[in-house]
Write a protein that binds this ligand. Structure first.
Ligand code: IMP
Length: 206
């Protein structure tokens, strides 16, 4: 099988690690912004995961003059009326780290009992043509709840606090292959694979 290349417009190494295997199975090698350091900075000022994913895909596809896949993802916590949502990466401010975001999340939920700590991850993926036109978009979600203390170092972001209730484990503790089976990102990616396998061409797309 000849490998095709698709640019995944992200510099988040974990996002690429979690999806590369899935794309490899249909003969697509994902290249990330780590492979194209000349890439552009896209301002994420959309009002939804869908808007941000589409904006990242369109602006980068225009810049690279080739189709680009992009994703926007985050954590939606019911007791916080959906926060941090699209602000997940900068929940604790401009210089936020995973540790500072997790600390703020625990603080905000400090008086919330277990049964009200429900949450879900969302991942919206879009592929755009160089014209800016969106060729495909999908969304995946993964439900869980927020622990009182972090557990494990696997994954990234809120994973040490995010418990998948059916497995009694956080994504921080579960093996990466388990996250790949059930995560919001994998679910969105598998829908994209179906669209690509169903005939969406990434060649000579205007
Ligand atoms: P984005 O890079 O603007 O899409 O923001 C993604 C942010 O959402 C990350 O920085 C994390 O805070 C959170 N997030 C999204 N997906 C995951 C995941 O799979 N695990 C943990 N945190 C995630």
């Amino acid at each position: 099988m000849t490998q095709k290349i698709l640019i995944f417009g992200t510099s988040n190494r974990k996002k690429v690690e979690e999806t590369s295997d899935l794309f490899a199975k249909i003969g697509i090698t994902l290249k990330s912004l780590a492979d194209f350091p000349q890439g552009i900075e896209v301002v994420e000022d959309g009002a939804s995961f869908a808007e941000n994913a589409a904006k990242k895909a369109s602006e980068q596809a225009a810049f690279f003059r080739t189709p680009v896949m992009a994703e926007d993802s985050g954590l939606v916590v019911d007791a916080l009326n959906g926060a941090p949502g699209i602000y997940s990466s900068r929940f604790s401010g401009e210089n936020a780290t995973d540790a500072s975001n997790n600390a703020l999340l625990l603080e905000k939920l400090s008086n919330v009992p277990l049964e009200q700590r429900t949450a879900h991850y969302v991942c919206h993926i879009a592929i755009a043509a160089p014209s800016g036109k969106i060729l495909a978009e999908t969304e995946g979600i993964c439900r869980g709840r927020i622990r009182f203390e972090p557990d494990g170092n696997a994954g990234f972001g809120y994973d040490p606090l995010f418990e998948v209730v059916e497995y009694h484990q956080t994504f921080g503790r579960l093996a990466p292959i388990m996250k790949q089976a059930i995560s919001h990102r994998s679910r969105a990616a598998r829908q994209i694979l179906q669209i690509l396998s169903g005939g969406l061409s990434l060649d000579k797309t205007a």
